[in-house]
Design a protein around this ligand. Sequence first.
Ligand code: GLN
Length: 207
Amino acid sequence: MATPSPIIGILAVQGDVREHARALLAAGAQPTPVRRPQELATVAGLVIPGGESTVIDKLMRAFDLFEPLRTAIAGALPVYGSCAGMILLAREILDAPADQQTLSGMDLTVRRNAFGRQVDSFETDLTFVGLRDPQRLLRAVFIRAPWVERHGPGVEVLARVPGTGPAAGRVVAARQGDLLVTSFHPEVTGDTRVHEFFVGMVRARRA
Ligand code: GLN
């Protein structure tokens, strides 16, 4: 018998919430916006969308979500952070304002706006470990994206920038336990395999 769709929250204080809702629905989850601690308590997983990490950081604190989110992460709530969400899940951030805080779930050092001004938005096809249909490359859309500058031994690298350009080999997707991050935006391409991967993590945690 099919298990019911897990309820997955999307942190909805700023950023591209609607696109993640569509992708989660297509990936077999029930998406719901999260703006309050009571809403956080009802979800089996959470997406932190792309947007502006400095703004999301401030709003999380203004909405009294910062400490509940840290507690939920420490209690192994599965969380997927895309772009700004990746920055917010990193233990350490570079090129950030001195007062910017993070939820600090993953043993990562992440550099904000790492790809530089000239190429601040670009797309590429890359290999992502563990996706359904592994032969098919994943279209990755980068928008003023961060990259992973350093990762601890508990972090599994899932994708790197391909090719031979200046950013080649940079880590742009990773997992540590119940936490998943991507520098790029799979919610805008119509390919829902990264969201399916995360829904799989949520189902595995519930089982
Ligand atoms: N540059 C943004 C930040 O630092 C992230 C961009 C994005 O999420 N598309 O928050």
